[in-house]
Design a protein around this ligand. Sequence first.
Ligand code: GTP
Ligand code: SPV
Ligand code: MN
Length: 596
Amino acid sequence: MSATEVSTTVGSVKVSNPGLLQWVREMAAMCKPDRVVWVDGSAQEKKVLTEQAVAEGVLIPLNQEKRPGCYLHRSNPNDVARVEQLTFICTPTKDEAGPTNNWMAPDAAYEKLAKLFDGAMKGRTLYVIPYVMGPVGSPYAKIGVEVTDSIYVVLNMGIMTRMGAQALAMLGDSDGWNRGLHSMLDINPERRFICHFPQDNTIWSVGSGYGGNVLLGKKCLALRIGSYLGRNEGWLAEHMLILGVQGPDDKEPTYVAAAFPSACGKTNFAMMIPPEQFAGWKVWTVGDDIAWMRVGPDGRLWAINPEAGYFGVAPGTSMKSNANAMLSTARDTLFTNVALTDDGDVWWEGMDGPVPETLTDWKGNPWKKGSAEKAAHPNSRFTAPAANNPALSPFANDPQGVPISAIIFGGRRSTTVPLVMQSFNWAHGVFLGATMGSETTAAATGKVGIVRRDPMAMLPFCGYNMGHYFGHWLEMQKAIVNPPKIFQVNWFRQGKDGTFLWPGFGDNMRVLKWVLDRAAGRVGGQETLLGWVPKAGHLDLTGLDISHERIDEATHIDLDEWRAEFELQAEFFKTVGESMPAVIRLERELLMARIG
Ligand code: GTP
Ligand code: SPV
Ligand code: MN
């Protein structure tokens, strides 16, 4: 596109959106690429870009007989996860970003990053990626345009979003689209910034080539900008999976949304296969990471999954733990930072079958069985099309979404938090979400295994003041006439021997069944000081080969542990400060007073 052109044609769509054309010109003028290529999303384009990525060494072809259409990407070892310390919310005032976000003034951020973007794409191609988050044509979908110099980003966005001409056709001449700018630069952590400008519906990302830092539709738009839009427009953008459950006698599925922090089990739960005792039960995946939820005309909460693929954690995924994820990665999948087998297939820790004698590790070095080093990076990932998932819900692309009957909050906690508990009411449920703690994982850089508060699994993803975010959740109750019931779960409690007390994975169906029964008012519960738990015998444990002592430990509520937990929460309340809604503070005080 030359500086004077007033339209361009992408696929069969003539683009004449003046704001879009102008913005692309400005971004190109700043980044100074050799070429500008508009991505149309066609199969032919994918083929050409894939070949080019292979020629440039960005992708390594896998054994095409074993994994048709699959490729391996190795990222720079300094660039293997989200970087929360380099992620900024750039609002006019620091208070709007709140005490839990890194903040930069918008002008300062634009100026700082513009210097880095200046000439950043010399000798490179600038790809213009139009994309839709949400089913094409859905009134709840949002449109973004990401310009990037990374072929890897283009190919991943092609799986994760509805990309190309269809997005431009849906956009027309509207001004309602997110402006995303990304350049890898030289992948230098010293020059890496992920900046969000909620008021401008703009995201600027530099210096990384990895996942959540650069696939701007995902965490940046669908959660950080999305949560900001959601507050203004009266809906919720959440780090939640969405699943449907259908029992043998159910005419239609019941839908559940669940927030677990990064690498704490969303993909696994969303694709779960119920155990043998649940013959005739079926779990359908609607989404595995993000939910956009609005109040429908019936007063229920309706959710869509804005994504079209899964950017899932590879290690630990096996036919035993998550067959649907394994099958999703059988073809047309991009793998990042997994190990390579001698016959050109992928491997990671926890995969089925014997550990291979020799491999090429995620850095490209020879690896031998028994090595102290991991062969796959702990945050290695697959990017797989949702269409590959045998359990994909027939309603996954429904423009209206699905009605949510229960919301589940879950963290990774080796102590204190019982297997399952139901909140007394909406406000108490919001409190449970707001005070969620979880042990840190490899999904973000930094130390692993430390308990931190991760309210609603949104600490790294809320695009505005966290206290106001809790306020928004409380406020939503007025509009949700038929609210979902709210639950808390913990699959990760450990016994004294340091092993998980609960078998997890498919057996989580047993907990889910109780959640559904409670949400539908089909079963009584046991009231405790802290919430409702299953009555003895109500958790279906048939066929489960673990001792009653271990189940008791997994479900136990220890008031001393909870006293300590409330103290830990105090620190977080102090951080959030004045903006913490009174309702949340009083919920805590009420519970503390109650346990004495
Ligand atoms: P993000 O993609 O980072 O948002 O992660 P996620 O929440 O989708 O987590 P995922 O399902 O990929 O699981 C992450 C890790 O948790 C994997 O190593 C799983 O094997 C493990 N995991 C998942 N579910 C369970 C469970 O029920 N019990 C136990 N013990 N581990 C689990
Ligand atoms: C997460 O960390 O929650 C992810 C992976 O889903 S990333 O896309 O890198 O954010
Ligand atoms: Mn996630």
